[in-house]
Design a protein around this ligand. Structure first.
Ligand SMILES: [Cu+2]
Length: 239
């Protein structure tokens, strides 16, 4: 997959949800993917083992979910999920209609009723090393600037022993997945590792941040059957 979309099939989408979705309740979501002439798109490519990747983030980007709706046919994807708290969420659907070289992105804001979560300010991490689920994860960049092709590298070690982890497992057909979103949730990047060889401890992604500013990135990796999701908040300078 290239760092910049080159061959995207234009799409439209129709989102269906219950009238007043409630936090903590099972909420069915239906997404109809159509072409520019309003005809449902019938065929989708399986990309990283799925026909649709769906990401849900809260407006403050504190909540992140990566799930996979079921393809019902005739352009319709269905899934049921539970929103953890009241507030606004952005839902992003990533699909590749047959014939597309890169994925088409459809998104939708929803309001969920219920007690809101305490808003978490999006503050860039001072240190790009943290411990999540017993793993010490570091993030580094070849250079960090907007509009430049750059490498971002996650390094994963056992937190207790500092032992590099070199037996990561493929997760959805890649050694890892990274999603990056701008602070306003407008820019979305889904990045895959450059090489499929090697199982850690370094996982290298290549991407371009389209604009300067604050982004949240979530790296997802699989180790011993469990998916590890590691968030970082970074500030991408202009140059
Ligand atoms: Cu996915």
């Amino acid at each position: 997959m290239s760092a910049t979309p080159t061959d995207v099939v234009p799409t439209k989408s129709v989102w269906k949800m219950a009238e007043h979705p409630q936090a903590g309740a099972k909420t069915p979501i239906s997404i109809l993917i159509k072409d520019k002439s309003d005809k449902p798109i019938e065929s989708f490519q399986t990309v990283h083992e799925k026909k649709m990747h769906l990401f849900i983030v809260s407006k403050d980007l504190a909540y992140f979910s990566h799930i996979h709706p079921t393809y019902k046919g005739k352009g319709e994807f269905d899934i049921t999920t539970t929103f953890p708290a009241g507030g606004d969420y952005k839902i992003i659907a990533d699909v590749t209609p047959k014939g597309g070289g890169d994925s088409s992105i459809e998104s939708h804001w929803v309001h969920i009723e219920g007690e809101p979560a305490k808003e978490e300010p999006l503050v860039p991490d001072k240190e790009l090393t943290k411990v999540v689920d017993g793993k010490k994860v570091s993030l580094s960049f070849s250079q960090l600037a907007a509009n430049k092709t750059l490498h971002m590298t996650f390094t994963i070690k056992e937190a207790k022993t500092n032992q590099p982890i070199n037996n990561l497992q493929p997760y959805l057909g890649a050694m890892g997945h990274t999603v990056a979103m701008s602070a306003d949730a407008e820019k979305y990047l889904h990045i895959h590792p450059m090489e499929t060889a090697g199982n850690g401890p370094n996982i290298i992604f290549m991407t371009i941040f389209p604009e300067p500013g604050i982004y949240k990135v979530w790296g997802q990796f699989k180790h011993q059957g469990k998916v590890l999701t590691v968030p970082f908040v970074i500030d991408v300078p202009n140059k």
